[in-house]
Write a protein that binds this ligand. Structure first.
Ligand SMILES: C[S@@+](CC[C@H](N)C(=O)[O-])C[C@H]1O[C@@H](n2cnc3c(N)ncnc32)[C@H](O)[C@@H]1O
Length: 226
């Protein structure tokens, strides 16, 4: 699996499949709003920037950052944010999940969708996330699940109201989904390469759960005072 998505696949990814994930991003932004998270939010591996755009639209009191290894993805993200009228609310930059360039304890929430299965060295990335999170700060990391059943896939599509956004019939999407998520079986996140990296990382608090077609990993940097 390539880490950085190169041009022209960046352009293809922006048009499809990223656009069909917008309802999922809206749901994540709603969850952030419900939790009343404030301060600085960073999207790791932001791609075309649609998750930070949804966060900026829903929450006005936070500073939002998005980073990606790919220069072209960052160009696309800036353009998309401008188009959506939130260009001045999000700071995008080219940077790696291994070396984000943010100061220690400076980020209150790290989010990421569809990025961690790209990581060659997940341990390095988890420890970098730990370093930049504030005490008590959280990381919400999401990825697609190759081993989601057809029923789980359909339930996700329906519960997010994505039916009208699908470019192909639902049955075809169900068949394509596992191919889009090679290497993304749940066990990879629990006991495989990524699960082991979480256990070896500085994080002492981790919650992993399957959510329909997705896996969600929540990490928390406990306050020293707690
Ligand atoms: C499948 S895309 C997901 C993009 C977006 N988050 C989404 O959900 O649509 C994965 C993105 O992660 C980026 N990426 C992969 N490895 C990275 C790393 N080590 N540091 C920063 N970005 C990385 C890729 O360039 C790509 O844009």
């Amino acid at each position: 699996m390539l880490e950085k998505i190169p041009w022209p696949f960046t352009r293809l990814y922006d048009k499809y499949p990223n656009r069909i994930f917008v309802k999922w991003f809206k749901r994540i932004a709603e969850n952030i709003k419900d939790r009343k998270i404030s301060g600085n939010i960073l999207d790791l591996g932001t791609g075309p920037g649609r998750l930070p755009i949804e966060i900026a639209k829903q929450i006005h009191s936070v500073q939002i950052f998005g980073i990606d290894l790919s220069e072209d993805m960052i160009k696309i993200a800036r353009k998309n944010a401008e188009k959506e009228g939130v260009g001045d609310r999000i700071k995008f930059k080219v940077a790696s999940a291994y070396n984000t360039g943010f100061e220690n304890n400076s980020i209150d929430l790290v989010v990421s969708t569809g990025m961690i299965h790209h990581l060659k060295d997940p341990l390095l990335a988890f420890n970098e996330i730990y370093r930049i999170l504030s005490d008590g700060g959280e990381a919400w990391l999401y990825d697609g699940r190759k081993d989601a059943t057809k029923a789980e896939f359909e339930e996700t599509v329906k519960s997010l109201g994505m039916e009208e956004d699908l470019p192909l019939p639902l049955q075809m999407m169900e068949t394509i989904w596992p191919w889009m998520h090679v290497g993304c079986k749940s066990e990879v996140y629990r006991t495989g390469k990524i699960g082991r990296a979480i256990k070896e990382s500085l994080f002492k608090n981790c919650c992993i759960r399957e959510e329909g077609a997705y896996i969600q990993i929540k990490l928390r940097k406990y306050s020293r005072a707690a």
